[in-house]
Design a binder for this molecule. Structure first.
Ligand SMILES: NC(=O)c1ccc[n+]([C@@H]2O[C@H](COP(=O)([O-])OP(=O)(O)OC[C@H]3O[C@@H](n4cnc5c(N)ncnc54)[C@H](O)[C@@H]3O)[C@@H](O)[C@H]2O)c1
Length: 328
């Protein structure tokens, strides 16, 4: 299989590493910044493209790894030229873009996957295993706490597209997309949400870097997500309180899962030490292997454009309800 990479930033490096391990041929790399494409192409022994219009139809799979506001324009170009597209999360920053992407996927019979990497990590697999085996019982509540210093917290707004006024979408869309997908993939559809957000970067009022959301699921379960990109202390705790047992993944960094703790209401206890460090773990390798296998088998991935659109709708609702007052 021949892969074309669009976007040569941090996440492109992770996918290239994974694809190399999987033995996938890297056809070439394109980035708006030619120097970035050239540097990554040299590192991974492939070519950098200065434009891609005539390259799209030569690829078996395209990895769309640019900031989310650019995704729809690329999908429009790709539609009809290459069927298989892996695109990073969040799917887009407006629901209108997401709906058009969903239409393109159907119209051109495309096979798209959105990069909800959390599903492909070791900690997630163990947590889901407990749930699937009934050790947690029915889900009563999902809990996510993920805090740490993030983009903009060092005062440098030029270091990331996340704090660039031309690209910005805020944490509730960008980072919470992972958490929303995480809880929905375990507990089913979220049917209502209320949010509270706060930005601490004075020069970028539209940049929310603290977000709290209260969730209700179709099953009747409830949940909450508390995230911060402006916390000096970094910590992760996410998991499930069930009718039979409770299990949490914890870690001393914003994305690390270094421990799974389980306690059953029958008194059983289990602690599993994990080496599931986000950027060093096998999440990207597992998700890329999964997508390539889906392509080979002609199967639709579990997290496609519809999933990405539903997740974005929830992020948007968090922002919308955050602006509402509920005075006591
Ligand atoms: N799944 C994950 O765990 C994970 C982790 C990190 C980032 N991401 C996602 O990956 C995407 C990229 O993030 P990143 O961290 O790699 O950012 P980055 O800033 O490191 O890289 C983005 C790259 O896109 C390029 N670019 C910008 N606009 C472009 C355009 N119109 N055409 C071509 N190239 C363009 C930039 O020059 C840059 O090289 C985001 O959507 C982000 O949310 C996902």
């Amino acid at each position: 299989m021949k892969a074309l990479m669009i976007g040569a930033g941090g996440i492109a490096h992770q996918h290239l590493k994974a694809l190399k391990t999987l033995g996938t041929e890297i056809y070439g790399i394109y980035d708006l910044d030619p120097a970035k494409a050239a540097a990554l192409a040299a590192q991974y022994g492939t070519q950098a493209f200065s434009e891609i219009g005539d390259k799209l139809q030569n690829a078996d799979v395209i990895f769309l790894l640019t900031p989310p506001s650019t995704r729809l324009a690329y999908l429009r170009q790709i539609a009809g030229k290459c069927r298989n597209v892996f695109m990073e999360k969040p799917l887009a920053i407006t629901v209108e873009d997401a709906l058009e992407m969903e239409k393109l996927e159907q119209e051109y019979d495309m096979n798209c996957m959105v990069g909800f990497t959390q599903r492909f990590r070791e900690g997630y697999r163990l947590l889901k295993g407990l749930l699937d085996r009934g050790e947690l019982g029915e889900i009563v509540q999902t809990v996510v706490v993920r805090i740490g210093p993030g983009p903009g917290s060092d005062g440098n707004l030029a270091s990331s597209w996340r704090t660039d006024p031309d690209y910005v979408c805020g944490m509730s869309i960008e980072s919470l997309s992972h958490d929303i997908d995480f809880v929905q993939s375990l507990a089913g559809e979220i049917v209502s949400v209320r949010g509270r957000t706060k930005g601490t970067v004075a020069q970028l009022a539209q940049f929310d870097n603290n977000s709290d959301a209260v969730l209700s699921f179709a099953s009747g379960a409830i949940g909450s997500i508390t995230c911060s990109w402006s916390s000096a202390l970094a910590y992760t705790m996410k998991g499930i309180i069930g009718t039979r047992g409770t299990a949490f993944l914890t870690g001393d960094d914003i994305w690390d899962n270094t421990r799974l703790v389980f306690a059953g209401l029958d008194g059983s206890r289990k602690t599993i030490e994990l080496s599931d460090i986000f950027n060093e773990g096998e999440g990207y390798l597992n998700e890329d292997r999964y997508f390539l296998t889906c392509i080979e088998k002609g199967q639709k991935p579990v997290c496609g454009i519809r999933t990405g659109r539903r997740v974005l709708e929830i992020s948007r609702k968090i922002l919308e309800t955050a602006a509402e007052d509920a005075m006591i």
